[in-house]
Design a protein around this ligand. Structure first.
Ligand code: SF4
Length: 303
């Protein structure tokens, strides 16, 4: 039996489903029951009534969110070390420090934060709904973290005063994209449409034909008549885009833009996770209760 067949067998025996982020390895995406972005995956987990085990093939903060939103289910992360460095950049102490200076200003946190930080925010957002979440608040100034580029993007789109916390939080993978590389690619493929993730620099955002989250990129590519796209986000998404759009070409804006943390999950580790039911992700209930409120507020907005 191949490893893939073993995983399918274990899924059936243990009544488990596999949810995989768009940045996962192609072979994991191919075996997953659902592939999507962080919030899409968590909502999928909430809607899942039958499964007893959810293997969340992604990084720490996403599995934490799934656990918070699905307290009755066993949520497993295949690799314990699959941690998002951006999520580690915002601590509770840092949030408290900013709140001393801006006690009445609401705190909006990107889902790419640890549960402990989420417990200290008013509402969460994703890169897909950050603009709408900030616009939904009756406030002209907002504390926003941890991604500085997403904060700038939201500031441009909403016209509100967005204070980034920490001052320069970033995604190391999305910082790899440079406008010069895209310009060279455009010389070779002048007809290509440029899609850029808002975690990229403002210089990258400025040369984009479309700025959006991974799920928004997928939607845009499906509905756009163009035949060729230059893609500025983690290259795992190329597999998803190619599967959904036969006949269209997707070119990574920088071929080495790989998130090493996302890629820690392998088929072998996924198999061990299912077999040994590890690594179980738990969040202490007092923290989960507060973080759940912030996540549910976002989900309720349905944007
Ligand atoms: S791509 Fe960036 S934000 Fe996403 S998990 Fe990797 S380091 Fe974190």
């Amino acid at each position: 039996m191949t490893l893939t067949e073993e995983i399918i067998k274990l899924k059936r025996e243990k009544n488990a489903i596999v949810l995989a982020h768009n940045y996962q390895r192609p072979e994991i995406q191919d075996i997953a029951d659902y592939v999507g972005d962080s919030i899409g995956l968590s909502i999928k987990a909430m809607e899942e009534k039958e499964a007893e085990i959810i293997v969340f093939s992604a990084v720490d903060f996403m599995a934490e969110s799934a656990t918070i939103l699905n307290p009755d289910k066993k949520v497993l992360l295949p690799t314990l070390g699959a941690r998002c460095p951006m999520a580690q950049m915002l601590t509770v102490d840092e949030i408290k420090r900013w709140k001393v200076h801006y006690p009445l200003v609401p705190v909006v946190l990107y889902v790419n934060t640890l549960a402990s930080a989420k417990a200290y925010c008013d509402i969460c957002c994703t890169s897909a709904n950050a603009v709408e979440v900030v616009n939904s608040l009756d406030a002209e100034t907002v504390l926003f973290g941890p991604d500085h580029n997403l904060a700038e993007y939201v500031s441009r789109k909403t016209g509100k005063t967005i204070i980034p916390i920490p001052e320069r939080g970033f995604c190391p993978t999305h910082l790899l994209f440079q406008p010069e590389d895209v310009q060279v690619l455009k010389m070779k493929h002048p007809d290509a449409v440029v899609m850029v993730h808002p975690e990229c620099s403002l210089e990258m955002q400025d040369i984009a034909d479309f700025i959006g989250s991974t799920s928004q990129m997928c939607k845009y590519a499906r509905s756009n008549k163009a035949k060729r796209f230059i893609v500025a986000t983690e290259r795992g998404i190329i597999h998803h885009l190619e599967k959904e759009n036969p006949g269209k070409q997707f070119i990574p804006a920088y071929k080495d833009a790989v998130c090493p943390n996302m890629k820690l999950n392998t088929l072998e580790r996924l198999y061990r996770a299912l077999k040994e039911e590890k690594y179980l992700i738990t969040v202490p209930e007092p923290v989960a209760k507060r973080a759940r409120k912030a996540l549910e507020k976002m989900v309720e907005l349905r944007i």
